[in-house]
Ligand binder design. Structure first.
Ligand code: TRP
Ligand code: SF4
Length: 326
């Protein structure tokens, strides 16, 4: 049986952080063994929020791809490519924009949320409203049926399915409806207890040094009930504890008990977490520096990946244009 095709992407708007690792990358690394996977650096999508300061995108692309490889993506098993190198994304986006009712986009909940979250940027643009239309093009150009995403992306996937149905109804069955693969990992909050986000700068990056990790962990918010050292705590509401759950090898139940009985102080608990994180990221840092030794490697990967992606995308676009009688 032919393997199902998977497509996913991340925007190169900054450093890759722990939330990206747990929410996306670790899952991608698993999926590359089972499916025909394409992983895309969504630089055009990055432009939708970074257009006023677009110069940073190029550097992020390189650094992000290095992180993807360091996290375990293997180009023998999957295709890594850059969205803007495959012009078919922009072409199909334009075609899909003709058949997508404005109302569908205006009532997209992530549209409003993102606008609130990125309040320092003017996102009242044509391109930002059409973000999910471009995302639809990304997916259906490859006839990908599986799309690993976080919960916040579900409305975009639903919109993609609606656009596919509309296209197929109008012109005949060209595209397949994609399904989300939800990763059931606990959502990591940022160090300030808000949603972990590049725009809030409240994340721990995969590239952070040991000292930076220690510093950031010390800033994390703990159970407010623990004012004095011997006040008992409630680990279940503490962000530090959630992190321990994801990254520590130590006995978590013992730690929770020690928190509840005030046997351990928050500073010690954070110290342990910082060491766990440093240990968790150790292999990744080592792989990162060996990839860095070969500066041409990233260009080659994107070149090769782009060729394969373009081969698939151009076939699909021709089929779509023919179906429309263009
Ligand atoms: N919108 C996604 C995000 O913010 C990134 C993305 C762009 C994407 N194109 C995609 C994800 C296609 C899945 C499939 O994370
Ligand atoms: Fe949180 Fe650890 Fe402090 Fe308990 S001891 S409140 S788990 S930081």
């Amino acid at each position: 049986m032919a393997k199902e095709r998977v497509l996913s992407g991340l925007r190169p708007t900054g450093e890759v952080h722990l939330g990206n690792l747990l929410g996306a990358l670790n899952n991608w690394v698993e999926l590359q063994n089972k499916h025909d996977c394409l992983f895309m650096v969504a630089d055009l999508h990055a432009l939708s929020s970074e257009y006023a300061d677009s110069k940073g995108i190029r550097r992020n692309i390189r650094e992000n791809v290095i992180d993807w490889l360091a996290a375990g993506l293997d180009v023998e098993k999957c295709t890594i490519f850059l969205q803007s190198r495959v012009p078919e994304h922009a072409q199909l986006h334009l075609v899909l924009s003709m058949i997508t009712p404005l109302g569908w986009l205006e009532r997209n909940p992530t549209y409003k949320e993102q606008k609130d979250e990125l309040r320092d940027k003017d996102l009242s643009t044509y391109g930002f409203l059409g973000y999910p239309v471009l995302q639809t093009a990304d997916i259906i150009l490859y006839k990908a049926t599986l799309v690993p995403v976080g919960e916040d992306q579900l409305p975009h996937l639903e919109l993609a399915r609606e656009i596919v149905r509309r296209f197929n109804n109008l012109y005949g069955k060209v595209f397949l409806e994609p399904k989300p693969i939800l990763t059931h990992v606990p959502k990591l909050l940022g160090i300030d207890n808000r949603k972990m986000s590049k725009s809030y700068r409240n994340y721990i990056a995969l590239t952070d040094s040991s000292d930076t990790i220690r510093e950031k962990v010390l800033q994390m918010i703990t159970d407010p009930a623990r004012i004095k050292r011997n006040d008992p705590g409630h680990p279940e509401i503490c962000n530090v504890y959630s992190y321990h759950n994801c990254f520590s090898e130590e006995k978590i139940s013992k730690l929770a008990e020690d928190c509840r009985t005030a046997k351990i102080g928050c500073t010690d608990c954070k110290g342990m977490l910082a060491e766990s994180l440093i240990n968790y990221l150790k292999g990744l840092h080592e792989r990162r520096s060996s990839i860095k030794d070969d500066p041409k490697k990233i260009d080659e990967i994107l070149e090769e990946g782009g060729k394969r992606a373009r081969g698939i995308a151009s076939t699909t676009l021709k089929e779509a244009m023919a179906a429309m009688g263009m």
